[in-house]
Write a protein that binds this ligand. Structure first.
Ligand SMILES: *Cc1c(COP(=O)(O)O)cnc(C)c1O
Length: 389
């Protein structure tokens, strides 16, 4: 029977214990036993897909990975202990010294550090290019370019990169197309439909969605995932079975949660769009967003994040955070609880203003991650906090 994706996210079950349990069991075991020496030899020779050791595979982790592959339309996947482990291995396991990477400059902070500080140490060269500056991307291609890496929507400016254009670009230049799909979640956007070869996620965000565990996953083309798997199997960034159990249960509700996150974010964005303390506000599914047409083409809804610029700059940002009574001040996003952040005075306060501007962090930039609360309560809190800015 052909099943809809939402049904499969609820019903896929990798393995049962024999106890006829209804919910998913958690296989907390570091290794698996064999009946005979021959069985164990065959498992190590990759002649069957038996579980051997939980650094390589585990039934609970497999269930999470199977659901993620189904949701992204991917052939294979591997789950990691955090989103950064997924991002790092999706690049490092596929490139070698002498290879060149083209990376969008608007990427998650640790990814930026990876591309600019750490990969060059191992002889992997990286060129940063601006989001949607198609000429810059074309000009960056070198004979040794192997991969492009991007996120969309970007953090924190919510730029939308055109996945269809990027897919075509990679085909023309025969490059591996690597996308971090964390901000959209697999419910709102599937980069593989636009030609992506590799999709990574921080499962810590919307996928858990309840602020409990760290996790990551890489899915994509079977040949590339095999190389990533062999690298990870020997280097050990594997996801713990317990975290996989939390996350596979989370996937059962991701669709309904994203629907409400998006509805709340749109309501908040629409309410504050023309507020007199705000110079601009961005939400991908508001027609005022500069990349609205691209967002409409590749996303099913606008996502749970919006951002705006306070007219009063950096001092107003600090006052805004201090005046909040309901929204949380925490360096995370994608939670049932709404979160506000002011990068210029907190996460990015160590950078100079010029450095901040180069990564899209303007002085009064506030990012809101819309939770699942009754939305009028969230709007009321933002409104009262704005009066003190
Ligand atoms: C949080 C985040 C990551 C890193 O994920 P962790 O689980 O914190 O390691 C990577 N990319 C994006 C877009 C993120 O928001």
């Amino acid at each position: 029977m052909a099943l809809n994706k939402q049904t499969q996210a609820i019903r896929i079950q990798a393995e049962k214990t024999g106890e006829k349990e209804h919910s998913t069991p958690v296989f907390l075991t570091s290794s698996f036993t064999f009946e005979t020496a021959e069985d164990m030899r065959a498992a190590f020779a990759d002649e069957n897909d038996d579980n051997i050791y939980s650094r390589y595979s585990n039934p609970t982790v497999d269930e999470f990975v199977k659901k993620m592959c189904m949701l992204e339309g991917a052939e294979a996947g591997f789950a990691t202990a955090s989103g950064m482990a997924a991002v790092f291995n999706s690049i490092f396991a596929l490139l070698k010294a002498g290879d060149h990477l083209i990376c969008c400059s608007s990427v998650f902070g640790s990814t930026y550090a990876l591309a600019t500080k750490f990969l060059p140490r191992y002889g992997i060269e990286c060129t940063l290019v601006s989001a949607n500056a198609n000429d810059e991307w074309e000009a960056a291609v070198q004979p040794n370019t192997k991969m492009i890496y991007l996120e969309t929507p970007t953090n924190p400016q919510l730029e939308i990169l055109d996945l269809e254009w990027a897919g075509d670009f990679c085909k023309r230049h025969q490059l591996i197309f690597n996308v971090d799909n964390c901000f959209a979640s697999p419910i709102l956007q599937n980069p593989i439909e636009f030609g992506a070869d590799i999709v990574s996620h921080s499962a810590t965000k919307w996928i858990d969605g309840q602020g409990r565990v760290l996790g990551g996953v890489v899915v994509g083309r079977a040949d590339l995932i095999h190389d990533i798997y062999m690298f990870c199997r020997n280097t050990g960034p594997s996801m713990s079975p317990f975290n996989a159990w939390v996350l596979t249960k989370s996937l059962e509700t991701l669709d309904v949660r994203m629907e409400r996150h998006c509805k709340n974010a749109l309501a908040i964005a629409s309410y504050f769009e023309n507020h007199d303390k705000i110079s601009w506000l961005k939400y991908p599914f508001l027609p005022s967003h500069p990349d609205y047409a691209i967002a409409k083409k590749q996303m099913r809804a606008g996502g749970g994040i919006l951002c705006f610029e306070l007219k009063g700059g950096i001092e107003s940002g600090r006052k805004f955070l201090d005046a909040l009574q309901l929204l949380s001040m925490t360096p995370n996003l994608g939670d049932t609880r709404s979160i506000a952040s002011h990068p210029a005075s907190t996460t990015h306060s160590k950078l100079s203003e010029a450095e901040r501007l180069s990564v899209g962090i303007t002085p009064g930039l506030i990012r809101i991650s819309a939770g699942l609360e009754y939305v009028q309560d969230v709007i009321n809190d933002i409104e009262q906090a704005l009066t003190s800015c």
